[in-house]
Design a protein around this ligand. Structure first.
Ligand code: ZN
Length: 166
């Protein structure tokens, strides 16, 4: 098995605590990525999804995972699970330092995320304390107006990486 950290880096404007936690209305964040087969190395054509509350049985095992998928080319079956408590919000300080920060961690067996698709469902806080939810980062950037601060807020230059961890 391999543990992979999904890390992000972004320029936050008058914002802090960017994170993939879903909305206060109970909507959950879904991770979308293409997966690379550990058997033959091919990368899936369509995005696969991982949502914390959705688990599937792993074949020939009593365990469950957040994603169980069979490779279309070599038929090998792999699975990926989201590990709780390994990510943290991306803060204004992280943005100033230009750091990559882990926002989620995945336990990968027989396949790994290859390319991550940002999409929507992100949350963040204005430096004024205003909460912003269901932020859509599909275009790689986002902006809004924070009335409490009388200032614009935004997310620019977002990048991500998957790093092997322990
Ligand atoms: Zn394969």
């Amino acid at each position: 098995m391999v543990l992979l950290m999904l890390k992000i880096k972004a320029d936050l404007e008058n914002l802090t605590n960017l994170n993939p936690t879903g909305g206060s209305d109970g909507s959950e964040f879904t991770f979308y990525f293409k997966v690379k087969c550990g058997g033959c190395g091919s990368i899936s054509e369509k995005d696969s999804t991982v949502t914390a509350s959705e688990q599937y049985p792993i074949p020939k095992s009593r365990g469950t995972a957040h994603l169980v998928q069979k490779c279309k080319l070599c038929d090998s079956v792999g699975n990926i699970s989201l590990i709780d408590g390994r990510g943290k919000p991306y803060t204004a300080e992280d943005s100033e330092a230009g750091k990559f920060v882990p926002v989620a961690c995945f336990d990968c067996r027989g396949m790994e995320p290859a390319t991550f698709s940002l999409r929507d469902g992100w949350s963040a806080e204005g430096l004024s304390g205003t909460k912003f939810e269901n932020i859509d980062l599909t275009d790689g950037e986002w902006s809004e107006y924070d009335e409490r601060a009388s200032a614009s807020v935004g997310i620019l230059n977002i990048e991500h990486t998957f790093d092997v961890t322990k």
